[in-house]
Design a protein around this ligand. Structure first.
Ligand SMILES: C[S@@+](CC[C@H](N)C(=O)[O-])C[C@H]1O[C@@H](n2cnc3c(N)ncnc32)[C@H](O)[C@@H]1O
Length: 218
């Protein structure tokens, strides 16, 4: 099974997938380097997920996308600093694109936004929203205490341990000065595995069709 893991980050969602051939696309070379080290058999492409998706989507059996969430996050309104900005359009562009131009199973992940989502998500799980073309039942994976404010190097080590993703030193995400940000961006591996398994279940329409075919054959 060939999987496309877009906006791969450090590979939180991907960590527990087994028996798959993964191509990962990540824009930031520092982040991609850690992903590659933790997933040595994946093909890692340093580049733009949007362009890659458009050109290569039909080569894959399953697509996961985690476009940048900072400009949708409730943190935009929960700070004393003036961070007012337009949200990143990638999120809605990808959902609408996949829904219309991709035939296999797909899922798009983001955080709960500070506004009412423009497209209703398929599943709300913890601090995440998921849009997909298959059913996802929520599971609970509690975050460590002080997750949102975790800003010190020792907090980062706790996040690394929680995710099971280790690397030397700190990685800073874009202009962000917090060593925990790149780790807080991750989907927990248990959530990534759960959703991947949900994608492999037969959906109710397929099940009905199978039952009908079996009854007709008898
Ligand atoms: C929310 S994080 C991904 C988290 C990942 N799913 C995980 O569970 O570890 C989003 C990632 O997208 C990357 N990114 C942002 N814009 C991108 C683009 N246009 N193409 C590829 N990657 C991009 C960021 O560098 C960041 O690492």
């Amino acid at each position: 099974m060939k999987v496309l893991n877009l906006h791969a980050g450090l590979g939180g969602n991907r960590k527990k997938w087994e028996g798959v051939e993964v191509t990962a696309v990540e824009l930031d070379p520092k982040i991609a380097k850690v992903y590659q080290k933790n997933n040595p058999f994946d093909e890692v492409i340093i580049g733009d997920a949007m362009q890659y998706l458009k050109e290569h989507r039909n080569e894959f059996d399953f697509i996961w996308a985690s476009p940048p969430c900072q400009k949708h996050s409730r943190m935009m309104k929960a700070t004393r600093h003036d961070v007012a900005d337009y949200f990143d359009l990638q999120l809605y562009q990808i959902i609408i694109f996949l829904d219309n131009f991709y035939k296999c199973k797909w899922v798009v992940e983001n955080v709960k936004p500070y506004y009412k989502p423009l497209i209703k998500p398929t599943c709300v799980m913890g601090r995440h929203l998921f849009w997909s073309n298959f059913n996802i039942s929520p599971i609970s994976v509690p975050s460590p205490k002080g997750f949102i404010t975790s800003g010190t190097v020792s907090d980062s080590q706790k996040l690394k341990d929680w995710l099971g993703i280790q690397y030397e030193g700190n990685i800073y995400y874009g202009e962000n000065h917090c060593p925990g940000q790149v780790l807080r961006n991750c989907v927990h591996p248990d959530v990534g595995l759960h959703i991947f398994n949900e994608s492999k279940k037969k959906d109710p329409v397929q099940l009905n069709l199978l039952e009908l075919l079996q009854t007709t054959a008898e």
